[in-house]
Every structure is written in structure tokens, then in C-alpha cells.
Design a binder for this molecule. Structure first.
Ligand SMILES: [Zn+2]
Length: 237
């Protein structure tokens, strides 16, 4: 099943997130797993990527070798060690693999520049989303023309963290319940965008928790798990 942020269509793009349904992988990677590194077979992942490509009707489903960094590249056809990429090419789905981490999708609606970011706590700590925003500024983008979507990710009620991670974040993003503490990836990411001047009205959260919604892969729920895919592409017309 596809979850789509419909805002993008009017600007000539589609921002979509796939859940687990519709793929060929077997347990525990059932069904639409797009990561080879989790232990699934190459053949199954290839078939799943083809299913995604066909469903979106795109030329290319691009992915990154995600390493929880703040590396961002302009899409160039290679699978780079990075956690963000951007392009102005049409028909290239900038896909992010996720299972609790947050896919953050960007578009300059005037300049037709699109970008996808992978942000777990490390990415949020490194402010990779803010870094992407500043790349947009360097390309001449204005805040009012940039829209952002936070895809499915683990929510602040479910993302339990320990002191080592909690100590890295402003206390505004750490929720304490009894002797447990939880991180709001969402609030941390949004705050990093707003502090650069992006307006909150331009930011949309799909409000899907991957940990609670069993239609999505969740690393926290099942350590041995597949990866979902989500991202953005520019339409041909
Ligand atoms: Zn949750």
C-alpha cells in the first residue's frame, strides 16, 4: 500500500511511502523489503525494487548506502555512502530505506528541485535535514518555496532511548515517563528546519508510527526486519 502526501502533485511531483505489502520476500522480511544488508536474498530485493519501479512508473528507483551520516550528494546514478540526495532530473525516485528512522522529503516547488534524507537519531543530532535546507539556499531557493514532509517513523511515545543518546539532545525533545525516556525525532527535525526560517505551515508530518503500525517494518519491534522505502520523484509532464 502507498501513503502519499498529495500536496506535491500540483507541483509536478509525487511524494510516496510504501508499507510492507505487495512484495515477494519471505518472513521476517515479508513482503516489500528493499534492503539486501538485512539478510534477505538479492533476488527478492531486486524483484521488490522492480515492483516499486513499476508501481511508480519511473525510470529509476535510486537508493543510497545509508550510514547514519550527514553526507548529502547530488544524485549521479551511483549508490553513494550518504544519507541524503537531491536532483532536478525527472523520473528518478529518490528512495530512502527506513524502519523507524525518518525519511524527510523536500521540494522547491518553483525551481523543481527535490531531495530525500534519511534521519535517525544520529542524523537528527548532526542536523542533516537542516544541512539539506542550506543546500537548497545555496541553489537559490527561498523558504517560502520549500515544502517538507516527514514520512513514517518511530514516534516520541515509542522511541525509548538511554542516557547516552538523551544527553546529546535538547531536553525539549526528550520525553520522560517514569524512569524511562523517549526521543521525539519529529520535534528535533522540525525544530532544526524552523530555526533556519522554514515556516511550520510548509512542513507536513504523515503521522504514521512505524513501531505501532505493523504494516511497516520496525527495527525496534523486530530486530531482524526488512526496510520500507519512501521518497519523491518529478513527474515527466
Ligand atoms: Zn509510536
Amino acid at each position: 500500500m502507498i501513503f502519499e502526501d498529495e500536496r506535491f502533485k500540483q507541483y509536478g511531483a509525487r511524494c510516496v511511502f510504501f508499507d510492507r505489502d505487495g512484495g515477494v520476500s519471505q518472513e521476517p522480511f515479508d513482503c516489500l523489503n528493499v534492503s539486501i544488508s538485512v539478510g534477505d536474498t538479492f533476488e527478492n530485493v531486486k524483484k521488490n525494487m522492480d515492483i516499486v519501479k513499476k508501481q511508480l512508473n519511473v525510470n529509476t528507483v535510486a537508493t543510497l548506502n545509508q550510514i547514519h551520516s550527514d553526507n548529502i550528494i547530488e544524485y549521479n546514478g551511483t549508490i553513494a555512502d550518504a544519507d541524503g540526495f537531491f536532483t532536478t532530473q525527472k523520473g528518478v525516485f529518490l528512495g530512502i530505506k527506513f524502519a523507524d528512522c525518518c525519511p524527510v522529503i523536500f521540494m522547491d516547488i518553483k525551481k523543481k528541485i527535490i531531495a530525500s534524507i534519511h534521519s535517525g537519531w544520529r542524523g537528527a543530532f548532526l542536523k542533516i535535514s537542516k544541512k539539506m535546507l542550506h543546500i537548497f539556499y545555496n541553489l537559490g531557493s527561498k523558504n517560502e518555496d520549500i515544502i517538507v514532509t516527514l514520512g513514517p517513523h518511530i514516534c516520541g511515545n515509542c522511541y525509548e532511548i538511554k542516557d547516552d543518546v538523551a544527553s546529546k539532545f535538547d531536553s525539549r525533545f526528550v520525553i520522560k515517563k517514569g524512569n524511562k525516556q523517549f526521543l521525539s525525532l519529529r520535534d528535533s527535525i522540525i525544530d532544526s528546519l524552523i530555526e533556519s526560517g522554514l515556516k511550520i505551515k510548509n512542513i507536513n508530518d504523515m503521522q504514521i508510527c512505524t513501531y505501532e503500525n505493523k504494516n511497516f517494518f520496525s527495527y525496534r519491534r523486530n530486530n531482524l526486519s526488512g526496510r520500507n522505502i519512501g521518497g519523491i520523484f518529478l513527474l515527466d509532464n
